[in-house]
Design a protein around this ligand. Structure first.
Ligand code: GUN
Length: 290
C-alpha cells in the first residue's frame, strides 16, 4: 500500500506557487492577496484560518483576516462582503464556514463576486465546473484530483464510488472524476445515506472517495483488494496524549482497511494539506485573471 503524502505534495505546490509569486514581484506588480472572513470563535475555524494565513506568508501572498463577533448581523456581514467585492487590492476572499445560525449561509455565498470566489462555492463557479468551463474549483475536490494526478493514479474506465453528496466535496468530485480529462474518465457512482447495498457497492469500487462525515464508517468488507481509497473525513476526538488535546479520525477504519488498498489517503497529511494548497492555486488564478 502506498500512503498518499499530501503534506509533501502540497509543499511542492507551494514551492511552484512561490516561484510564480517571485516572478510577479520581479515585474513590479503586487503579489496575490487573499482575505478571509471569520465570524465567531469556533476553534476549528480559527485553526483553519490561521493555517491559511501561514500558507499565504510562505508563498509570498498578502493576506488579511477580518474577524467578527458571532453577534454580527446578517446585513452587516453582507455589507462587508460587498466592500471586499469592490476592493481592488484583494484578488479573492473566503468566508469561513459555518457561519452562526442567525446568518443564512446561502445568502452569504450568493453575495460573493464569482470572480473573487476562490472557494468555488458560488452558483456561477459550480455551474461552470459542471459545464467544463473555466471556474474556481472548490479546494477539497481540486486537492483530491491534484493528489491523484501527482501520483499518476489511473482513473480512466475505473469504477469510482463517491460516498457523500455534499455541495463542497462529494458532488463536485463526482463531476470531476466523470469528466473527459486526466485524471477523470471514470464511471462514477455517487452514493449517500439512502443508497441501498452500500457494502456491495463500495466493495465494487476501484476508487473509493469517502466524504460522509462519519468516523470509521468504511470497514474492511467495504473495500476491494487493491482499491484506491481517498478518505476526506476529519472528526476531532479528544486525546489527552496530544498537545492539541485532540486527534483527527477519518471516515475510514484505517487499521483494518490499509492492507487492502493499493493507494490510501488518510485524514492527517492526506487531503487536508492539498485543500489548503488548492486555495492558494485559486488565489493565484484570481490574481492572474485580474
Ligand atoms: N469550512 C470547512 N471547509 C471550508 C472551506 O473549504 N471553505 C470555507 N469557506 N469554509 C470551510
Amino acid at each position: 500500500m502506498v500512503l498518499l503524502d499530501g503534506t509533501s505534495c502540497s509543499e511542492q505546490i507551494r514551492q511552484e506557487i512561490k516561484a510564480q509569486v517571485d516572478a510577479i514581484k520581479a515585474t513590479g506588480d503586487r503579489p496575490p492577496h487573499l482575505a478571509a472572513v471569520l465570524v465567531g470563535s469556533d476553534g476549528a475555524s480559527q485553526n483553519y484560518v490561521a493555517m491559511k494565513e501561514r500558507d499565504c506568508a510562505e508563498v509570498g501572498f498578502d493576506s488579511t483576516v477580518l474577524r467578527f463577533k458571532d453577534d454580527i448581523t446578517e446585513q452587516e456581514l453582507l455589507d462587508k462582503i460587498a466592500e471586499l467585492n469592490a476592493d481592488d487590492s484583494i484578488d479573492g476572499f473566503i468566508v469561513q464556514l459555518p457561519v452562526p445560525k442567525h446568518i443564512d449561509e446561502r445568502k452569504v455565498i450568493l453575495a460573493i463576486d464569482p470572480n473573487k470566489d476562490v472557494d468555488g462555492f458560488c452558483p456561477e463557479n459550480v455551474g461552470n465546473l459542471v459545464l467544463g468551463l473555466p471556474s474556481f474549483v472548490s479546494a477539497t475536490p481540486n486537492g483530491i484530483m491534484e493528489l491523484i494526478r501527482r501520483y499518476d493514479i489511473q482513473t480512466e474506465g475505473k469504477h469510482c464510488v463517491v460516498l457523500g453528496r455534499s455541495n463542497i466535496v462529494g458532488t463536485p468530485v463526482a463531476i470531476l472524476m466523470s469528466r473527459n480529462t486526466k485524471p477523470g474518465n471514470a464511471t462514477v457512482t455517487l452514493a449517500h445515506s439512502r443508497t441501498k447495498n452500500l457494502q456491495e457497492l463500495c466493495a465494487s469500487a476501484d476508487i473509493l472517495i469517502v466524504a460522509i462525515g462519519k468516523m470509521e464508517f468504511v470497514t474492511a468488507d467495504m473495500v476491494k483488494q487493491g482499491a484506491v481509497v481517498i478518505d476526506v473525513g476529519q472528526t476531532r476526538v479528544a486525546d489527552a496524549s496530544r498537545k492539541s488535546g485532540y486527534r483527527n479520525v477519518g471516515d475510514v477504519d484505517f487499521e483494518n482497511v490499509k492492507d487492502k488498498c493499493s493507494f490510501l489517503s488518510y485524514t492527517n497529511g492526506g487531503v487536508g494539506p492539498m485543500t489548503r494548497a488548492s486555495l492558494l492555486q485559486n488565489t493565484l488564478k484570481a490574481h492572474q485573471r485580474r
